[in-house]
Design a protein around this ligand. Structure first.
Ligand SMILES: [Zn+2]
Length: 398
């Protein structure tokens, strides 16, 4: 029989001090009838696991030789360099995804949605690699796999069939990519990926970098298809830069449309794109999630994968400094992420999974501002990171 876990003196989401009780991996009402392991949270803030709603586990170069970046400035330059790197650097999706997962576990990232490349050169190799890692790490972290046509789908014949095969092999979500600028045919691209989602009963997550009115047009097409197939709550748009490029009336109308169809938006708070209108989005009740995107890859060498640091970037990118606004950025990197990627059993309510991250800070705003690293991470009642160091039995990685 596994001992119950009593976490004393924790402050869930920065609120008053409480004791939390975990039995069989879930929060339940305290009940001292069996053996109990006690953990003193020392008044630290408890967050219910940080959520990485958008990354690329198969492409990180963590732990590999330094990649000298000579890549050109356009998105197509980067896609080409990325494809060449897969071949020339011999990136093992299995090994690299494991490295990133362990790196971000230390920060308290317990749920990850990863886009994983599917293309006519590598086929399903990256999907298979990340699925192997997911299985090996299932006791540490939840991983959702998006079958992602990074190199384009319509221009590269056979890619759609590979995405179909990826879903049959265990991928969870249908990915899409710039329907106009990369695919050159927004209606055909979106019809194809929504049909795939419908056939497999899977959600959709679309990389949408298209600017201004072009992006707005694609958002409307996405909303139409979400409505037609009753996929409300199952569609995420990643980046949606266009929302930061339009006048307020147009922004509001689009945000209302997205909110109506319960389409979530993922933003990384990119420094190279206009800031998204987070306040408007929040007021409209839109689900906003965040992610790191690529960490230490060929696209750029940046990023740690710490979603509390990401909350800080979001705040800085949006000119936010008040405590209330900083709390909102933490909400985006926790509950917003969980809602956006459709996690069940997330939070501190009774019956939810016994997952939490203890952060030594007095307020959520201080946690964002200082991003303290000596965190303790508990997954299903088991301590997996103690004071900023991995703890307990860990799977072997190369
Ligand atoms: Zn991405």
């Amino acid at each position: 029989m596994t001992a119950d876990v009593l976490i004393r003196n924790a402050r869930p989401f920065g609120g008053p001090v409480e004791d939390l009780f975990i039995r069989d991996g879930r929060f339940v009402a305290p009940d001292r009838t069996g053996p109990v392991v006690e953990i003193d949270a020392a008044g630290h803030i408890a967050l219910p696991g940080l959520v990485e709603a958008h990354t690329h586990l198969d492409k990180t170069l963590i732990g590999m030789d330094w990649f000298e970046n000579r890549v050109g400035p356009t998105r197509n330059d980067r896609i080409l360099a990325d494809r060449n790197a897969k071949r020339e650097l011999g990136i093992s999706a299995r090994r690299q995804s494991a490295r990133q997962i362990l790196q971000t576990l230390v920060y308290g990232v317990l749920s990850i949605r990863s886009h994983v490349d599917v293309d006519t050169e590598i086929g399903l190799a990256n999907i298979d690699g990340v699925l192997e890692t997911r299985e090996a790490m299932r006791d540490l972290v939840d991983v959702q796999v998006v079958a992602f046509p990074q190199s384009g789908m319509l221009p590269r014949e056979g890619t759609l069939e590979l995405m179909d095969a990826a879903l049959r092999a265990g991928a969870d979500i249908v990915g899409g990519i710039d329907p106009a600028t990369i695919e050159r045919d927004p209606i055909r691209h979106l019809d194809a990926i929504f049909a795939l989602a419908d056939r497999h009963g899977k959600p959709v997550d679309i990389h949408l970098h298209e600017p201004g009115e072009l992006g707005a047009f694609c958002l409307e097409l996405i909303a139409e298809r979400t409505r037609a197939l009753s996929l409300q709550g199952q569609v995420m748009v990643s980046h949606a830069y266009c929302l930061g490029m339009l006048d307020v009336a147009r922004q509001s109308a689009l945000i209302d449309t997205l909110a109506q169809e319960r389409i979530a938006v993922m933003t990384v708070g990119s420094p190279s794109a206009p800031a998204l209108p987070l306040r408007l989005m929040r007021q409209a009740g839109l689900t906003v999630s965040s992610g790191s995107d690529g960490i230490q890859g060929t696209w750029d060498p940046f990023g740690s994968g710490d979603m509390l640091e990401r909350a800080k970037y979001l705040a800085q990118r949006n000119g936010m400094a008040s405590d209330v606004d900083l709390e909102e950025t933490v909400r985006i990197c926790t509950f917003g992420g969980a809602d956006g990627i459709g996690l069940g059993g997330y939070g501190f309510s009774k019956g939810c999974f016994g997952d939490l991250v203890l952060v030594p800070a007095r307020t959520l705003a201080e946690a964002v501002a200082l991003t303290p690293l000596r965190r303790t991470v508990i997954r299903r009642g088991r301590v997996v990171v103690d004071g900023g160091k991995l703890a307990g039995d860990l799977p072997e990685i190369e």
